[in-house]
Ligand binder design. Structure first.
Ligand SMILES: O=C(O)c1ccccc1NCC(=O)[C@H](O)[C@H](O)COP(=O)(O)O
Length: 279
């Protein structure tokens, strides 16, 4: 059993409990009274091609690092992220390994106006309805956890609800499956789901497989601003950061600094790309 299988087994049990408490019909009713989802694609693309946008994560704990930060007030942390210039907030809602919850999502939703990602292990359409009912604008679809048919169906439902999905890949084959499924946002997660270790060079090794068109996100492994710059130079338009931000003494300032360094690197990326393309 891999770590992903183990996490998903727990997610499935918790999902069944929630489904017993709140029926799908009830969720659908709630969705009809929630404000429409925000346009996450525009937010993640940023104002111009030289930006590296940041998705800042509310992450209490993780399988790889254990407890990270108690985060007594997720809304306050999210407010700092937004004030620092984050394009979107990621809220982990998985409870067993990440100590997150839908209550965290509600708290963050009530505080910020930028798009919010419900970061969880989406294994059933119910979770997509649930995300929307709690005000999320984005969900996560992990290619390694879903069949091609599920990917298609879940992406279609996500879009039908006015939301977007980050379709997360770990390999060239998974990037291809994400694109085939119709992803307009592709995340490359450099965390090896067997060892849980992050290897930033993994993003560069997949650079030639990154599609043109979808928003490209580099996920995991950022410890300092130069890591954001490296991802930007290798083709990431957006970087998702968790641990480094929740452990930082000034998360607002940290988001700003990540963006500054990203912008410098992005200019270099375009210069090299334009030269390669003969522009
Ligand atoms: O963070 C983990 O240990 C983890 C383990 C297994 C599956 C997923 C995991 N993390 C989810 C994420 O994708 C990260 O929270 C996110 O990319 C931020 O990563 P980081 O900046 O390295 O905290």
């Amino acid at each position: 059993m891999t770590v992903l299988d183990d996490i998903i087994a727990g997610v499935r049990e918790d999902l069944e409990e929630r489904r017993r408490a709140v029926s799908l019909d009830e969720l659908k009713d709630r969705v009809s009274s929630v404000s429409p989802a925000r346009d996450a694609v525009s937010a993640l693309r940023g104002p111009d091609r030289d930006t590296v946008e940041i998705i800042a994560e509310v992450k209490r704990a993780s399988p790889s690092a254990g407890d990270l930060n108690g985060i007594p007030e997720p809304a306050t942390l999210a407010h700092e992220y937004e004030a620092g210039g984050a394009a979107a907030i990621s809220v982990l809602t998985e409870s067993r390994r990440f100590k997150g919850s839908l209550e965290d999502l509600d708290a963050v939703r009530s505080e910020v106006s930028i798009p919010i990602l419900r970061k969880d292990f989406t294994i059933d359409p119910y979770m997509i309805w649930e995300a929307r009912a709690h005000g999320a604008d984005l969900v996560l679809l992990i290619v390694a956890a879903l069949s091609d048919q599920e990917l298609h169906e879940y992406l279609e439902l996500t879009h039908r609800l006015g939301m977007n999905a980050i379709v997360e890949a770990h390999t060239a084959d998974e990037i291809e499956r994400a694109v085939e499924a119709g992803a307009n946002i592709v995340g490359v997660n450099v965390r090896n789901l067997k060892t849980l270790e992050t290897d930033k060079t993994h993003f560069a090794s997949l650079a030639s497989h990154l599609p043109e068109g979808p928003v490209i996100i580099a996920e995991s492994g950022v410890a300092e601003p130069s890591d954001v710059a490296d991802y930007g130079r290798q083709g990431a338009e957006v970087v998702l950061v968790g641990e480094a931000l929740v452990r930082h003494s000034d998360p607002r300032d940290a988001v700003g600094e990540f963006k500054n360094q990203g912008r410098k690197a992005r200019a270099a990326y375009w210069e090299e790309k334009d030269a390669r393309d003969g522009r």
